[in-house]
Design a binder for this molecule. Sequence first.
Ligand code: GLY
Ligand code: MN
Ligand code: MN
Length: 520
Amino acid sequence: MSNENPHSTDSPLSTTTPQERGTSPEELSSRGDTRSQRPTSEAFREFIASGWDETVPDAERLEAAAHTPARRDALVQAIPGTRLVLPAGVLKVRSNDTDYPFRPDTAFAYYTGLGTDEEPDSVLVVEPSAEDPAVAEATYFFRPRAGFDSTEFYADSRYGEMWVGRRPTLAEASQRLGIEVRHIDELRDHLAKDVGASLSLSVMPQVDAAVEEMVQEIREQNGLPGGEDARREFDRLQEVSSEQRLVKDAYEIAQMREAVDATIRGFEDVVRHLPEAVGHRRGERVIEGVFARTARADGNGVGYDTIAAAGDHACTLHWIRNDGAVQEGELVLIDAGVEVDSLYTADVTRTLPVSGTFTPTQRKVYDAVLEAADAVFAVARPGLRFRDLHATAMDVVARHLEGWGLLPGSAEESLSPEGQWHRRWMVHGTSHHLGMDVHDCAKARREMYLDAELVPGMVFTIEPGLYFKENDLLVPEELRGIGVRIEDDVLVTEDGVENLSIALPRRAEEIEAWMATLKP
Ligand code: GLY
Ligand code: MN
Ligand code: MN
């Protein structure tokens, strides 16, 4: 099935239908397109516009909408005196006239409560209310569904309901979000109103170039500084929204639990299909596909590209090509996460023996990594600095490497800033915050992230690893081609951490027993 009028709407901010803009269907058909056979007769246009049930179903308030007012209040309190513009983002072309599935910007999703594929080109505006500057007022701007009598309805492959399915009305969107909703055409006037000495205007950068440009123009027209000063304000919005998401609210924690639970089901399914993976020349793709099925059926999809890495591929940290075989006797490292419809994602890794049991050498490496992870679990609690999670894991890793005679000095020397030899075999970090983004809160300041103390409600990964590449001449031959990572997702509680992914076996003997029960 192909689209006869690729991208007939010429700009993301071109929010009117071609018909509303005075573009005739004939013009639309001829522009940059030589293969359209869509009829343009008056008879066709009248006929396709008639006979549709116009009933609009009742819309339900989003569950997240109970939490978004508090999030927006915190935002306007952190950035006072400013109208804040949060675009959803635009559709991205994959190739020619096909787009990637739309995934809204994380900050937009956080402050609106929208998830899945809603709603390209829309914009949330948040500002202090006139009555109380500590309370946020929010307005959502989007392009509502066009009527059945519009050209868009049947001729626009990006937005038309014939092509992309039912789209909401203004009233439906307002009911779902619990805030005021306007047509996107009113965005510019709304953004410009009262902007000046006592009200600044800022935008989440790098989400929607057209909206960013509009904000820059309005700032300039109203005497607000441009250039670096403007950039600093925009960056501050990015920073604040990252920092605000460091501690999850009750809804977010519930969503994280769902994401982890779905991910565990995905791993179980992968183990059930391991024999099929072994029998296929690209067994890693079989694993990727099996996990993707659960992710797509139970959630919105995978939260990041699945790493399915057998044998030496496990030593390539972001192995997402997944085109290798999976062979008996090897380990296979699977790093995968389901993103649920609210866009929260899990991020879990298990390293499994393909034949169901670890060899002594594999087990030696596996247990060292497990010990590093357990050491982090033992110290993680409110008050510990985030950076000390990594330091704790590195302590264990360096001691094992010293014991195996791999370090050119002592573990102590290696752990000092001048040494760090052990990092040759684990170059990544041990932990990162997790939420709607797999590497969540990435724009938070160092003092709020690495140097900050753990606080109840934070969610992060614990994921030490050891990777001995097959061409590593500094390790004994028996270790070459072994890569192990164990990754769990944890929630900081009042007195420690809860392992959200505890239901997925992580000790070697538990893994062996679990794999045996899932064998077809
Ligand atoms: N899956 C990416 C990571 O573990 O950070
Ligand atoms: Mn991770
Ligand atoms: Mn991961």
